[in-house]
Design a binder for this molecule. Structure first.
Ligand code: HEC
Ligand code: HEC
Length: 371
């Protein structure tokens, strides 16, 4: 037996970048304020896979799909032979052949569905135009994205388990081969042509470039924000003046029509304050609020608040189940700090809420002083 070169430098770099990227994407999935990073990593995974598919059709020994083992009988023999002596495969064995194809399909599915969620839910990126027609399907697309990513992770775990099992039972060097590129056996070594080497450089370099490009260009098409800034002062001067005088100017889409009517009909006793207005202003502001209420908005928060208050006439945003759920992890001391002081001081953490924006990427809890 001799040492054979099976995995080229590019295959190994791809593998390494993919491991890092998937780990980061997975760990960041629940951190709203790091959404842009999650998305940048996601698109990078997509590009890495697209190159991997092309690579699979190039004449690269062991990595090309032609050298994969898709024979079901061989797969069965391989799986049943796992605890005994089994046939040795130099490139991908039947189990890893299937695993890789599954990972490519599920990985690309995760990336694509993620981009659709980003568009429908956040109004961001290439699919932001879908926000206008499909915002009611937000939850559905999110479920699809979660299905793909969880299935992707499941295959990854099976793949890792397989590699570990193979190591324990057969002292396999599969894991090491992904680092140094070599396996033991009697077969021909891999040799790349100049063209393949250039392609490999492009593969790794352009994927890294894409990642950096997305993060440094917030207005690039992949992550561009299609949510428009609202100039409330211009759109409705009385609303701006009256409703901003005591607290944050709450965007009208954060409550339902019904809630606004109820609130506006009882301004004399507005959360213990007298916020009464003359009839003309009151009617005009009420109409404006109703016209722009949650029912008429395609925003993620409008959709979710509406769903959570159902038909009740909630008039405090901070009392809606959705608001409470989204803020339950924030320490009470943070709200009580002198930088924030009350929950309803939204703009302390949502810096452009008064321009009608509540993007996840703009959420920032300020540093609070102790004591
Ligand atoms: C005289 C001061 C004052 C004016 C003017 C005023 N508010 Fe308020 N508003 C309050 C107080 C006080 C609260 C309750 C305390 C808090 O949550 O900050 C409140 C609470 C709210 C809340 C609930 C916030 C939450 O906790 O979810 C909404 C919504 C609201 N106001 C909308 C309006 C609108 C719309 C207008 C303009 C028509 C307006 N307010 C004008 C004093 C005022
Ligand atoms: C102490 C900081 C802080 C304050 C004050 C605060 N928020 Fe938030 N808000 C957050 C954080 C952090 C999140 C994200 C939580 C998460 O990751 O789910 C969030 C999430 C949200 C969301 C969900 C965003 C989405 O994806 O749609 C909405 C809506 C929201 N806040 C509205 C408000 C409103 C309205 C107020 C004022 C009445 C307010 N917040 C006050 C910190 C704050």
């Amino acid at each position: 037996m001799t040492k054979i070169y099976v995995w080229s430098l590019f295959t190994r770099l791809f593998h390494l970048l993919l491991v890092l990227a998937v780990a980061v994407a997975f760990l960041l999935a629940d951190f709203e304020s790091l959404l842009t990073l999650h998305v940048a990593v996601g698109f990078t995974i997509g590009l890495l896979f697209v190159y991997r598919i092309i690579w699979g059709f190039m004449d690269v020994r062991y990595s090309q799909f032609k050298d994969f083992h898709f024979n079901l009988v061989a797969l069965k023999e391989y799986m049943f032979g796992i605890f005994g002596t089994k046939k040795k495969y130099i490139g991908h064995n039947p189990a890893s052949s299937y695993a890789i194809v599954a990972m490519i399909v599920l990985g690309l599915g995760s990336v694509f569905s993620g981009a659709v969620v980003y568009g429908t839910q956040e109004g961001m990126g290439i699919f932001s135009f879908l926000n206008f027609s499909f915002f009611k399907k937000m939850d559905f697309f999110k479920d699809v994205h979660e299905f793909f990513s969880n299935a992707f992770m499941a295959v990854i775990f099976v793949h890792i388990a397989g590699v570990i099992l193979d190591k324990v039972l057969h002292k396999s060097k599969a894991a090491e081969s992904m680092m140094d590129g070599y396996k033991d056996g009697d077969a021909e070594s891999l040799k790349l042509t100049l063209f393949q080497k250039l392609f490999g450089v492009l593969w790794i370099a352009s994927s890294l470039f894409l990642f950096i490009y997305i993060l440094s260009n917030p207005s690039s098409v992949l992550v561009a924000d299609a949510n428009t800034v609202v100039d409330y002062k211009k759109e409705h001067p009385q609303f701006y003046k009256e409703c901003k005088s005591c607290h944050t100017l709450y965007p009208p889409y954060l409550l339902s029509k019904q809630s606004w009517v109820k609130m506006m009909d009882n301004l004399e006793n507005h959360f213990g304050d007298d916020a009464s207005l003359d009839e003309k202003d009151k009617k005009s502001i009420r109409d404006y609020l109703v016209e722009n209420a949650a029912e008429n908005s395609t925003k993620e928060s409008a959709f979710n608040i509406l769903k959570s208050i159902k038909n009740t006439e909630a008039i405090a945003i901070t009392k809606t189940p959705y608001w409470q759920k989204r803020h339950e992890d924030i320490d009470k001391n943070i709200f009580a700090s002198k930088e924030i002081s009350v929950k309803s001081n939204c703009k302390a953490c949502h810096k452009n809420i008064e321009q009608g924006l509540l993007n996840d990427k703009d959420i920032k809890i300020p540093k609070i002083s102790k004591g």
